[in-house]
Every structure is written in structure tokens, then in C-alpha cells.
Design a protein around this ligand. Structure first.
Ligand code: URA
Length: 216
């Protein structure tokens, strides 16, 4: 599988631990939600490396002036959770990015055609092309939902080079589809799994991330 987009699977023990907890079919819903929050936190930490805009300045310590680096407040940082399951990653992402604007997208996948359709779109009409945009969806199965979300962002002025996707489980068909449509994207995922079953579920995966997060 030759991919043009960049995919990172950070080799972090906390990410591996919470992935194992989330995969376990006996994990109760409350602990599953905790696992998603932790994965949201650590994958966001990895994804914001060399991506958050910074500015160089000077600060006066009690002893001397020294060079310092701050997050540039002029460049918008945006988080886009894809409902429902992306909401489970949001708490963890927000602990690291408390000042980010959060724009929700509700996208449902038709279980027969597997095609995405929007039931909620809180994106503003225009996005600053400099905006750093983190899109949250734990499961990248076919890539259809994520591609539809990125289409909406790009239509509003987002630069795909500035978009980072945080997922928990990514499947090869999704990575291939996203790479074909948007080779500039970067994906951070806790794992890349084997593939999809006939119902479009990722195998081995972790089941339905929305149902398991919200106890439905
Ligand atoms: N969405 C899920 O929640 N799980 C899958 O395996 C695929 C899509």
C-alpha cells in the first residue's frame, strides 16, 4: 500500500495501554470512555508536535532575561470532533488545547451503503488558511466520513497541510482513500488494523466506538 499521506502510530506505552483497555470486549462503558479520553489526550500531545504555531520572544526571569517560545495567539487552533464517537476523544484533546475553538460535525454512516451524510454542521463559513485543525474520530474504517469532513473544511478555506487527524484505530481502506483525495493530510492513530468485515466494522478493532462510549 503506497501512501502519500503521513501516518504516525506513536510508540507510547500509555497509548498502547489505553488501546488494549478499549479493545477488550469486557471493558465497561465508563472505563471505555476513560480510555477514549486518555487516547484523545496522548494522541493530541503527539499530533501537536511541530504543528502548533509558536513565536520567539524574551522573558525576564528573577535572574536574567532569556529567550523564550510561546504559542502564537494570532493563529487559530481548531478542534473538530465528528459525532458521536469523536466526542469521546474531545475531553482529552481539550486538556491540552483549552483555548481551541471547537466546531462539531455530526455525520452518520448509512449502514447499507456506508455513505456519510451530515445531520449537524457547526463549522463557520470561513476558516483562516493558517488555522491548525485537529479532526477527531476514533474509527477510520472506509475513510468516507473523514473525507466528507475534510471536504467541508477545505471548502471553507482550510489548508489540508494544516489538518491533523486523531484516530484510535485506522484501517487500510480509509488510509488509502484519504491519501488519494488529500495526500497532504497527517494521521495520528493508536494502531493500524487489518481490515474491515462485511458490515464495515474494523477487525480486530474495538466494536462500535459510539455505542461503547455512550453505553447504548
Ligand atoms: N465505526 C465504529 O465505531 N467501529 C468500526 O469498527 C467502524 C466504524
Amino acid at each position: 500500500m503506497a501512501l502519500q499521506l503521513r501516518v504516525y502510530v506513536p510508540p507510547h506505552p500509555l497509548i498502547r495501554h489505553w488501546l488494549a483497555v478499549s479493545r477488550d470486549a469486557t471493558t465497561p462503558s465508563a472505563l471505555f470512555k476513560t480510555a477514549m479520553t486518555e487516547l484523545g489526550r496522548w494522541l493530541t500531545y503527539e499530533a501537536t508536535r511541530e504543528w502548533l504555531p509558536t513565536l520567539e520572544t524574551q522573558v525576564q526571569t528573577p535572574l536574567a532575561e532569556c529567550p523564550a517560545t510561546l504559542i502564537d495567539p494570532e493563529v487559530p487552533v481548531v478542534v473538530v470532533p465528528i459525532l458521536r464517537a469523536g466526542l469521546a476523544l474531545l475531553d482529552g484533546a481539550q486538556t491540552l488545547l483549552p483555548l481551541a475553538s471547537v466546531y462539531h460535525l455530526g455525520i452518520v454512516r448509512n449502514e447499507e451503503t456506508l455513505q456519510p451524510s451530515f445531520y449537524l454542521n457547526k463549522l463557520p463559513d470561513r476558516l483562516d488558511p493558517r488555522a491548525r485543525i485537529l479532526v477527531l474520530d476514533p474509527m477510520l474504517a472506509t475513510g468516507g466520513t473523514m473525507a466528507a469532513a475534510v471536504d467541508e473544511l477545505v471548502k471553507r478555506g482550510a489548508d489540508p497541510n494544516m489538518i491533523r487527524i486523531v484516530a484510535v484505530v485506522a484501517a487500510p481502506p480509509a488510509l488509502q482513500a484519504l491519501s488519494t483525495n488529500y495526500p497532504e493530510l497527517t494521521v495520528y492513530s493508536a494502531t493500524i488494523d487489518e481490515g474491515l468485515n462485511q458490515n464495515g466494522y474494523i477487525v480486530p478493532g474495538l466494536g462500535d466506538a459510539g455505542d461503547r462510549s455512550f453505553g447504548t
